[in-house]
Design a protein around this ligand. Structure first.
Ligand code: AMP
Length: 543
C-alpha cells in the first residue's frame, strides 16, 4: 500500500529560498580577489542569484549543460552554485591545482559551455586557451572596473546580472536531475567525473547538518577553508543556509596568518579543512599566544588528522571533529564528534578516540570485505577494503562506462579503495589505502602516471612511486627506481622528464635507486611493503 503524502522533488534552489525566508540576515562574508571584504546576507544574495539565473538563460544556458567554475571561495562562486543548478544546469567546479593536461582533459570531457573564472586564473587559462574547445565562453567573476586586459574574449560577471529581475520562479524537474560535477583525481588514469543530483545534494546537506551540529547551528560563523572546488566545500554552501549559520569565505590567502586574522576579526566559531592548512593556523596560534576570538570547533578531513594536531587543538580548547569521506560520497561518510559520555574523557583518551574519523553519518552504510569480497566482522580487529552504500554515494562516473562498471560491486556497494577496521560501536579506523595514490596537502598525485612516464626512460627497468609521510603535506611522492644496466639515469634527468607532464607540486621529492622491487604473491609490485620500507625515509625538504 502506498503512503498518501505529497511527493515534492528535492531541489537545491529550495535551500536558498528557505534561507532567504527564515534566515534572511544570515551572513556571507567574503575576502574578494579585488582585495576587500564583502558582506551580504541570505536575503540579499537570493536576489542576486535570481538575477544571475536570468543572465545565464540570456547567455543561452540550457538545462543539462555543464557550466564550469575556476574560482576561490567567495560569494560569486556561491551564487553560481545556486543559479546554475536552479535552472537545471550542472555546476562543474574545476580544481585549479590540476596539471594543465588534466584541466584540458576535464573541460573537454565535461563539454563545458561557459567557464566562470576568478581574476587570479586569467594567466592560467590564457596559457591553455588554444587547447580548449573553440566554443567555450569565458566570464570573469568581477565588475567592469576590475576587468584586466586579456587575450581571452572575457565577459563581465556583474554585467551578466545587471538589469535582471531580483526574483525568479524556479523551474520544477525530477529530483534525480544532475546539479553538480566534480572530477576526482583520487583514482588511477584520467580524472573521473562525479555527478551529484539535486536529491543527493539536499539529502547530504540534511544528514551532515544533523551529524555535525557543533559549528553549523544558527547564528554561528563557519569558515570553509576547504575549497568550493573540492566536493562542494564538503556541502557547507548547502548546509549553512539550511541551519542559518553564516559563511566566511577566505578567498585565495590560506596561510596561517591570513586565516588567523580573518577568524579573529569575524569571530569564526567553526573552521573546516584538510590537515595541512591547520598546521599553518596552529603555527600562528602559537605565535600569537592565543586562539582567534570565538574559535571553538574545527573539522579536519580529507586526510588522516595526526594525533599531535588533535591534541594541540583540544588542549587549546577547540573541539576537534575528524571526518572521513570522499568525492564520490558528496563527501562526508563519517564524523568523529564523540557521543556524550565520551566527551568528558581525559585529554589523552579523548585524543586517542578522535584519531578515529568516527562513526557513519545517517544515510551512509559501511562494510569491510576480504580479498574475495566476503564481509568481515565489525570487531575492531579485522581489516579489509571499505565499501559504502547510500543515497549520497556515486553509482558511477560521468560519461565513463568502464570506470562506472568497476566502481560498484555486484550488490551495489561502492569500493572506496581505503582499507579499514570498524569496531563494535561503529568507530572507523583507516589503516591503509588499497589505491596507491599519494595525497599531498589534500590533493592527489597518481603514482601510476608518474611511473608510466619514468618507465619510458631507456635506462629504467622498473620503478614505483609511493607516498612517504611528510610533516607538512601529510604525504609526498618518493620514486624508487631499478636501473637498467649499470649506468642509472640522473635524478635531474628523470625530474625534467616528469616536469613536462606534471604540475611542479606533483613531482617526487626524492628519487632513490634499488636493485629490485618487492613483489606480492600475485607478482605485482608490493606498494604496501615499499611504503613500510621507506616509511622513515628522510625527504630532502621535510625539515
Ligand atoms: P577525495 O575524494 O579527494 O576527497 O579523497 C578521498 C580519500 O581521502 C579517501 O578515500 C581517503 O583515502 C582519504 N581520506 C579522507 N579523509 C580521511 C581521513 N579522515 N583519514 C584518512 N584518510 C582520509
Amino acid at each position: 500500500m502506498q503512503g498518501m503524502m505529497m511527493n515534492r522533488p528535492l531541489k537545491i534552489a529550495d535551500i536558498l529560498s528557505y534561507a532567504a525566508d527564515v534566515h534572511p540576515s544570515g551572513e556571507i562574508i567574503s575576502v574578494r580577489t579585488e582585495g576587500d571584504l564583502h558582506r551580504t546576507t541570505y536575503g540579499e544574495i537570493s536576489k542576486r542569484v535570481a538575477q544571475l539565473a536570468h543572465g545565464l538563460r540570456d547567455l543561452g544556458v540550457e538545462p543539462g549543460q555543464r557550466i564550469a567554475t575556476l574560482a576561490w571561495n567567495g560569494y560569486r562562486h556561491f551564487e553560481l552554485y545556486y543559479a546554475i543548478s536552479g535552472i537545471g544546469g550542472v555546476c562543474h567546479t574545476i580544481n585549479p591545482r590540476l596539471s594543465a593536461e588534466q584541466m584540458i582533459y576535464i573541460i573537454t570531457h565535461a563539454e563545458d559551455r561557459v567557464l566562470f573564472l576568478d581574476v587570479t586564473f586569467v594567466p592560467l587559462i590564457e596559457a591553455l586557451a588554444d587547447k580548449l574547445p573553440a566554443d567555450l565562453r569565458f566570464v570573469l567573476m568581477t565588475d567592469r572596473a576590475h576587468m584586466p586586459k586579456s587575450t581571452l574574449d572575457l565577459l563581465c560577471y556583474e554585467e551578466i546580472l545587471e538589469g535582471h529581475p531580483t526574483s525568479i520562479e524556479w523551474p520544477d524537474f525530477p529530483e534525480e536531475t544532475a546539479a553538480g560535477l566534480c572530477y576526482t583525481s583520487g583514482t588511477t588514469g584520467n580524472p573521473k567525473g562525479v555527478l551529484y543530483s539535486h536529491r543527493s545534494t539536499v539529502l547530504h546537506a540534511m544528514s551532515a547538518a544533523i551529524a555535525l551540529p557543533e559549528g553549523t547551528a544558527s547564528g554561528r560563523k563557519i569558515l570553509p577553508v576547504v575549497p568550493l572546488f573540492h566536493v562542494n566545500a564538503w556541502g557547507l554552501p548547502y548546509i549553512t543556509p539550511m541551519t542559518g549559520a553564516s559563511l566566511v569565505f577566505p578567498g585565495p590567502a590560506l596561510d596561517g596568518k591570513s586565516l588567523f586574522d580573518l577568524m579573529d576579526q569575524e569571530g569564526v566559531y567553526s573552521a573546516w579543512g584538510v590537515p595541512t592548512v591547520w598546521l599553518g593556523l596552529l603555527g600562528q596560534i602559537k605565535e600569537e599566544g592565543r586562539l582567534p576570538d570565538g574559535f571553538k570547533d574545527v573539522v579536519i578531513g580529507g586526510s588522516a588528522a595526526p594525533e599531535a594536531m588533535i591534541e594541540a587543538f583540544e588542549t587549546a580548547g577547540v573541539n576537534v571533529c575528524h571526518a572521513w569521506g570522499m568525492t564520490e560520497m558528496s563527501p562526508i561518510g563519517t564524523q568523529g564528534n564523540l557521543p556524550y559520555p565520551m566527551r568528558d574523557l581525559p585529554l589523552a583518551e579523548r585524543v586517542a578516540a578522535k584519531s578515529s574519523p568516527g562513526r557513519r553519518i545517517f544515510g551512509v552504510e559501511l562494510k569491510i570485505v576480504d580479498e574475495d569480497g566476503a564481509p568481515l566482522p565489525h570487531d575492531g580487529k579485522a581489516a579489509g577494503e571499505l565499501y559504502v552504500r547510500g543515497n549520497t554515494i556515486a553509482s558511477g562516473y560521468f560519461n565513463n562506462p568502464d570506470a562506472s562498471a568497476a566502481a560498484v560491486d555486484k550488490d551495489g556497494w561502492f569500493g572506496t579503495g581505503d582499507v579499514a577496521m570498524i569496531d563494535p560501536t561503529g568507530f572507523l579506523t583507516i589503516t591503509d589505502r588499497a589505491k596507491d595514490l599519494i595525497k599531498s596537502g589534500g590533493e592527489w598525485i597518481s603514482s601510476l602516471d608518474l611511473e608510466n612516464i619514468v618507465m619510458s626512460h631507456p635506462r629504467v627497468a622498473s620503478c614505483a612511486a609511493i607516498a612517504v609521510p611528510h610533516p607538512k603535506w601529510d604525504e609526498r611522492p618518493l620514486l624508487v627506481v631499478v636501473p637498467e644496466g649499470d649506468q642509472p639515469p640522473g635524478q635531474e634527468e628523470l625530474l625534467d622528464m616528469l616536469a613536462e607532464h606534471f604540475a611542479k607540486w606533483q613531482l617526487p621529492d626524492d628519487i632513490v635507486f634499488a636493485d629490485t622491487l618487492p613483489l606480492t604473491a600475485t607478482g605485482k609490485v608490493s606498494k604496501l611493503t615499499l611504503r613500510k620500507i621507506y616509511a622513515n625515509h628522510a625527504l630532502p625538504d621535510a625539515g
